[in-house]
Design a protein around this ligand. Structure first.
Ligand SMILES: [Zn+2]
Length: 281
């Protein structure tokens, strides 16, 4: 499932390509994949591409926004001068478009195309009013990659759950948005904090280390192309796979890259959690 780094990678890639282009035409091949009147988005210019948590937004000239959620298997393929692919990886994502899983096709004023592919059809595109309809995004916690996400903000947010395990708290989307299971394990490792440790027992230096660990693990995810297995192609056309670089995630029984201890897997808040009991305390 595409996590924050994949969606951020798509945002950064599309930004350079479709901002200031007009949407010429939208063809909906699967009605459930697009909610809204396509005609209201046609002939409109794309003013901005943004991301909030795992949602991607395209702001249009007429104060409407196209919102994308990739869910389990969504992917976006942009065919302009260069091919740009992001989201859930599949064998055929670099082949001829459209393909069997193409649900919506956008054509821009320069005849470049954006394909929304979604094998399992859980993903969606919604055309919404920027002022009236986007209020639900305000319920999400702060963006970890935003400059306004300081140590103080992290501390204030997760301290609302003093008895909660640190890893579970940083995955709570109302406290911080967009930190998924993989990056939460990695952030705790980076901060040398036992993921089971209660928020209320964190020291000041640990809050600082955790803050840094969250940002670092997400940035590393972006640098290495995200966590979706194989065939992920970033904005520069390079293949990437963050899990080849992960320190603890999916490394049960392997040796810790920092101290040589053995990586352990436990269940925490119902999710597989990886850590090094030797150097995370
Ligand atoms: Zn270790």
């Amino acid at each position: 499932m595409p996590e924050l780094p994949e969606v951020e990678t798509i945002k950064r890639g599309l930004q350079n390509k479709i901002v200031n282009l007009k949407i010429k035409d939208i063809k909906v091949l699967n009605p459930n994949s697009f909610q809204g009147d396509t005609q209201k988005a046609e002939k409109q210019k794309v003013n901005k591409v943004w991301r909030r948590a795992k949602v991607l937004g395209l702001d249009l000239d007429n104060n409407l926004t196209l919102l994308f959620h990739l869910k389990m298997s969504g992917q976006l393929v942009y065919q302009g001068k260069r091919l740009f692919v992001g989201g859930h990886p599949t064998q055929d994502m670099k082949d001829q478009m459209p393909n069997r899983s193409t649900r919506v096709i956008f054509t821009f004023s320069d005849n470049s195309k954006l394909y929304f592919n979604d094998q399992r059809k859980f993903g969606w595109i919604k055309l919404l009013d920027q002022i009236k309809d986007l209020t639900f995004l305000k319920d999400l916690g702060p963006e970890p990659l935003d400059k306004s996400f300081t140590v103080e903000v992290l501390k204030e947010k997760i301290s609302k759950r003093k008895n909660m395990a640190v890893k579970v708290a940083i995955m709570d989307q109302t406290l911080i948005s967009g930190v998924g299971n993989i990056y939460a394990s990695e952030a705790c490792f980076d901060a040398k904090i036992d993921p089971k440790k209660k928020v209320g027992n964190l020291s000041e230096p640990e809050f600082r280390a955790l803050h840094q660990g969250i940002i670092k693990s997400l940035e590393d995810g972006i640098t290495h192309g995200g966590s979706s297995r194989a065939h992920f192609v970033n904005a520069g056309g390079e293949k990437g796979y963050f899990l080849d670089y992960a320190n603890v995630y999916n490394r049960e029984g392997d040796l810790c890259k920092r101290c040589g201890g053995m990586i352990k897997k436990i269940q925490l808040g119902g999710r597989g959690t990886y850590f090094c009991p030797n150097c995370q305390s």
